[in-house]
Design a protein around this ligand. Structure first.
Ligand code: PMP
Length: 437
């Protein structure tokens, strides 16, 4: 029997872990949510604590570096380029309000009832027609994040190889990591995966390739048309399923879209879509379009996870889509994001030292900054959010976006939630902080 001191320490750790897990489950740490302050002392009444062990899986799940950032970003004096969240002023509040009233007036009981795991049929039909798919290939998910989790459950065993871009989306790494795959980073440049450098052996033993061809998180880059064809051919030949994650595809500033990987290679791609960036993330409505055999398996897994996504929210999203308001909504978002991106690019140009490099995104929400090699972005963050600073600036350091070989000389900036004037002030301060590192 352990002595009391060890138990109480273990319980405090358990409390912390439980708190982290609850937070990760409730929030996605990529969304800029400000969690309530945590007391450092253990406050669980001892009689409520189950002296049981967490699973090996749950123990492995850790909170991220972003936790540290989230603690400070809500403070009004912090200029935050850290959140992966859309600009809230773009949410179609009036449209959603009207749709809510219509639902309550016309279909309240259906909208509040349990429903099918596959999702609301008219919404699935709307998605199927946009993606030239059969409706039985479409599964509605609770955000595309749930699709990542379901795909991991369906496809990953410990040790199987998952191909990822370098860098890649943190939330996918977290979802996949629970199933203990072995990640392999593919070489990338500004046009996406460097397909010319890949040999069939690079893909031969892999189970899936996780790719974001459009305005990738975290770099904002766009995969070229040629590389899209190359990567589909390569993965198709190797029998590797491509997971095409596309939450930013509609956010190209010039309104044009390159061919999706799914449209090039429909039988080898699971396409993930989301209404989070074009309507509102709080609705938690996303979807998968995949070969029917895979959609059927994902549906079973979803049933086990949550029965179905919110009936009400699916109907709400559908009402807005069916009203024909989406194109104008997307246009508003594109214009705002393009102007903020431009403001950030101008501020970077005006204030950064010559050794600092960044890309010029053509859409999406992010710019990726490469720092001089001696500059560690984690230390830069600590310095930038220190209370002693007159202007505090937050961003996400680059290391956690790397699955295998973390690089600390890079960082992610979101340009969408800060207005142009504060972008200028924040970037100017960041440039000064880099210069004086
Ligand atoms: N994939 C990528 C690349 C993302 O950036 C995000 C959100 N930050 C998601 C998936 C999850 O989005 P949601 O669950 O809101 O659809």
């Amino acid at each position: 029997m352990p002595i009391f001191g060890s138990w109480s320490k273990a319980f405090c750790n358990l409390h912390e872990v439980a708190h982290d897990l609850a937070r990760i489950a409730k929030i996605r740490w990529d969304i800029g949510y400000q969690p309530p302050a945590v007391s450092s002392s253990c406050s669980f009444p001892p009689e409520l604590i189950m002296p049981t062990e967490l699973s090996r899986r749950a123990r492995k799940l850790t909170s991220s570096v972003i936790r540290e950032i989230l603690k400070v970003t809500a403070s009004p004096d912090v200029i935050s380029f850290a959140g992966g969240i859309p600009a809230p002023e773009t949410f179609p509040v009036d449209l959603l309000h009207t749709a809510c009233e219509q639902i309550f007036a016309e279909e309240a009981r259906e909208a509040l009832q349990y429903s099918l795991t596959e999702g609301f049929l008219p919404l699935r039909q709307w998605i199927a027609s946009r993606h030239s798919a059969d409706v039985d290939q479409v599964l509605i998910t609770t955000g595309s994040q749930q699709a990542l989790d379901l795909l991991a459950k369906a496809l990953l065993d410990p040790g199987v190889t998952v191909l990822v871009e370098s860098p890649t989306y943190l939330g996918a790494l977290q979802a996949f990591s629970l199933f203990e795959p072995s990640f392999r980073e593919l070489p990338c440049d500004d046009a996406g995966i460097c397909t010319a450098e890949l040999t069939p052996a690079d893909a031969a033993d892999a189970r899936l390739a996780y790719l974001m061809p459009n305005f990738q998180n975290p770099t904002g880059r766009l995969m070229s048309a040629e590389r899209r064809h190359d990567v589909c051919r390569l993965m198709g030949d190797a029998g590797v399923l491509i997971v095409e994650d596309d939450p930013y595809g509609e956010l190209g500033f010039n309104g044009q879209r390159l061919q999706s990987l799914r449209s090039i290679h429909p039988e080898g791609v699971a396409y993930l879509g989301s209404f989070s960036k074009v309507l509102a993330p709080g609705l938690r409505v996303g979807y998968v379009v995949a070969p029917a055999w895979l959609t059927a398996k994902l549906t079973q897994l979803k049933q086990a996870a949550d029965l179905h996504s919110s009936t009400f929210d699916q109907r709400l999203a559908y009402r807005v889509l069916a009203s024909g308001a989406l194109p104008a909504q997307i246009d508003t978002i594109r214009k705002l994001y393009a102007s903020r991106c431009d403001a950030m690019l101008q501020a970077l140009q005006a204030s950064m030292a010559a050794e600092v490099r960044w890309n010029r995104p053509e859409g999406g929400m992010f710019i990726w900054l490469n720092l001089p090699p001696q500059c560690d972005s984690h230390l830069l963050l600590q310095k930038s959010i220190a209370v002693a600073q007159s202007t505090r600036v937050a961003f996400v350091p680059g290391a956690p976006f790397h699955a295998v070989a973390p690089r600390s000389d890079c960082l992610r900036l979101s340009f969408v939630t800060v207005d142009a004037e504060r972008i200028r002030i924040g970037i100017c301060q960041l440039a000064e902080n880099i210069r004086t590192m």
